[in-house]
Design a binder for this molecule. Sequence first.
Ligand SMILES: CC(C)(COP(=O)(O)OP(=O)(O)OC[C@H]1O[C@@H](n2cnc3c(N)ncnc32)[C@H](O)[C@@H]1OP(=O)(O)O)[C@@H](O)C(=O)NCCC(=O)NCCS
Length: 191
Amino acid sequence: MVLRIKSEDPTVGPGELSINPMRKKDLSAIHEIEKLVYPKPWSVGVFLSELAHHKERSYSVAVLGGAVVGYSGVMYVLEDAHITNIAVHPDFHRHHIGSALMYSLVLEALDYGAKNLTLEVRVTNLAAQRMYASFGFMPVGVRKGYYQENNEDAIIMWVYEVDTTEYRDRLVQLASKRNLSARRRHFRWFK
Ligand SMILES: CC(C)(COP(=O)(O)OP(=O)(O)OC[C@H]1O[C@@H](n2cnc3c(N)ncnc32)[C@H](O)[C@@H]1OP(=O)(O)O)[C@@H](O)C(=O)NCCC(=O)NCCS
């Protein structure tokens, strides 16, 4: 994937964006991003607990120039893959890192045997909703007051039958449009 970065951060040079399995050593960087992007960030303890359930959960990090710039998580329940978290450091929004994480997550879910993908998203979070819609997610319901800290509703989104040729074709088209490499976990990055 060829990405261009607007950030002036001199520590970020040309290199590869990699999507790697999340490790405990990544958690302090992840927690810093959590605090920047969410009103009620997950604690390091929550991530540790999620990582401990590695049979039915999978967490990844996006690494650029040696730094964690984003992460994602998924929980498998039978044929359904439930996206539990996805975030990108605000300095790196709109550079398709979220899409790279989603793309990698979907490919992994397909490998796992998932047939459907689901998630909850805040009604006000239009950026995330747009990204999910581009991956085929449709709103199917609302959980009233799901986010207790401000009583905000969650939209429940699903994309069904991802194990079909039609969905794979859609994914290939999206990957091409967003310059996501066919190689799943390593993407070229240019400043
Ligand atoms: C949601 C999030 C992960 C997206 O990551 P990202 O790397 O910025 O997203 P991408 O660059 O891959 O964007 C993919 C598409 O989503 C849409 N999109 C993303 N951010 C958007 C924004 N701020 N406004 C409008 N559309 C947006 C666009 O359609 C975009 O495609 P385009 O740039 O080709 O037009 C990021 O905004 C984030 O970390 N938000 C805070 C955490 C969060 O809300 N997570 C989701 C919880 S449910």
